[in-house]
Design a protein around this ligand. Structure first.
Ligand code: SF4
Length: 92
């Protein structure tokens, strides 16, 4: 199965929730950027945040996320199953 190079599969993706349009997350490729938000009169709220990205967005900094243990075990099990089937076919 070909991997799609979108944010959801990127090592910098940090899932934070979902909407009717799909999953949303933060891009943690770089450190958070300073942001401001207008609060009450004469006050500005200052904070830092990572860019919000949707699961199907992408950029040129994409890097494949390393496989998690479960994915590795599933692939090993699939390979062992194929090998057992090959040996059984050869023996018959
Ligand atoms: S914006 Fe780029 S670096 Fe960030 S999560 Fe998406 S593909 Fe990865």
């Amino acid at each position: 199965m070909a991997e799609t190079t979108v944010c959801e599969n990127c090592k910098f993706w940090n899932e934070t929730g979902g909407t009717d349009e799909g999953l949303v997350g933060e891009c943690r490729r770089n450190s958070p950027s300073p942001k401001t938000l207008d609060g009450a009169p004469d006050s500005i709220i200052r904070f830092a945040a990572w860019p919000a990205v949707g699961q199907n967005q992408w950029c040129g900094d994409y890097e494949k996320r390393p496989m998690e243990t479960k994915e590795v075990l599933e692939r090993v099990a699939a390979i062992e199953k194929m090998e057992a089937a090959r040996k059984a076919k050869k023996a018959s």
